[in-house]
Write a protein that binds this ligand. Structure first.
Ligand code: AKG
Ligand code: FE2
Length: 315
């Protein structure tokens, strides 16, 4: 739940930092789930002769370091989404019980309910971001889940059909986030309007349409969340630390409204009116993404974003 003061602050600033929302049991379970996932990936690549036998004492991060050093594609198998393009029947992705428990966490849903009401869809615009130290990332890597994130509004990464949708972004810190490792930067008190965006590797606010000098850094401890309004411009700097910066960003909208990414599956996370429609079984969530992947692997590509590169404001 949010206090009246917090709700007012969110409405005014366009974002709100809330520390200590996710309990350590939930976070530990997510980390354990990812450790299992990483071990499986490591083993598979090791069997193909692409990696050395792991030292049993290696931490999660040390294994990931080895995988990255070998130039293997480690990110997509960990993401809680499919990529923008090039989806095949076996594009890897991750949908497991611990992440499902995070998406349906009672404290998150209580907070979201105070903002958009008690009829809550889990919106499929969602990602994990695991950002290694920037100096170790290959120069041609542009994905905002691995390197810095360009200035954008989340309304700008939906399709137009969701422009009237009531949604909120929940950014979850799995590790501490600070200026050094590339925490979120936000522009408080934004106008409730869409700024033009351009596809520039990432979808980014068009040049000249943003006063970044007003940006505020949102440092936060592991287990905290940042609520972001769809129109609040935000970005994240490069990870200049020696460790990884890990977060999830997930979204919720009012049931029945367009999610803005109709090719991906949503589900009812909470319904006060019809609790029997709430999804409780993570296997059904996984299956819905498998079905979407199968469908998308066999249909023509449809852009996820609305912004043409040749728009006049992108020149
Ligand atoms: O964590 C990041 O780098 C960016 C996150 C973001 O854009 C979001 O949560 O909407
Ligand atoms: Fe965003």
């Amino acid at each position: 739940m949010l206090s009246e003061t917090q709700i007012r602050q969110f409405r005014q600033d366009g974002y709100l930092v809330v520390e200590n929302v996710i309990d350590t049991t939930t976070l530990d379970a997510v980390q354990a789930e990812y450790a299992g996932l990483l071990d499986g990936l490591y083993e598979g690549w090791q069997r193909q002769g692409l990696l050395p036998v792991p030292d049993p004492g290696w931490s999660f991060w040390e294994r990931l370091d080895r995988i990255r050093a070998a130039g293997l594609e480690w990110f997509q198998p960990m993401d809680i989404s499919l990529p923008h393009d090039g989806i095949t029947e076996d594009t890897p992705m991750h949908f497991g019980p611990a992440v499902f428990d995070l998406l349906t966490h009672r404290r998150i849903l209580d907070i979201v309910e105070t903002l958009i009401g008690g009829e809550i869809t889990s919106n499929p615009i969602q990602h994990v971001r695991i950002k290694p130290p920037q100096r170790e990332v290959p120069g041609d890597e542009a994905r905002a889940h691995i390197v810095s994130t360009a200035w954008h509004q989340d309304q700008g990464v939906t399709l137009e059909e969701a422009d009237e949708t009531d949604f909120v972004t929940v950014w979850i810190a799995v590790t501490d986030a600070n200026v050094r490792n590339g925490c979120l930067q936000l522009i408080p008190n934004p106008p409730a309007e869409m700024l033009p965006h351009c596809p520039q590797g990432q979808t980014a606010i068009a040049p000249g349409h943003l006063d970044a000098s007003r940006a505020v850094a949102a440092e936060i401890g592991a287990g905290g969340i940042i609520l972001i309004d769809p129109y609040t411009p935000h970005s994240a700097g490069p990870n200049r630390s020696d460790g990884y910066r890990w977060s999830f960003d997930i979204r919720y909208n009012v049931i029945g409204q367009p999610t803005g990414r109709p090719q991906f599956p949503d589900f009812v996370a909470r319904s006060r009116a019809a609790p029997e429609t709430e999804l409780k079984d993570w296997r059904m969530w996984l299956q819905s993404w498998r079905d979407a992947r199968h469908h998308l692997a066999n249909t023509a590509h449809r852009p996820q974003h609305r912004w043409p590169a040749d728009a006049p404001f992108c020149a």
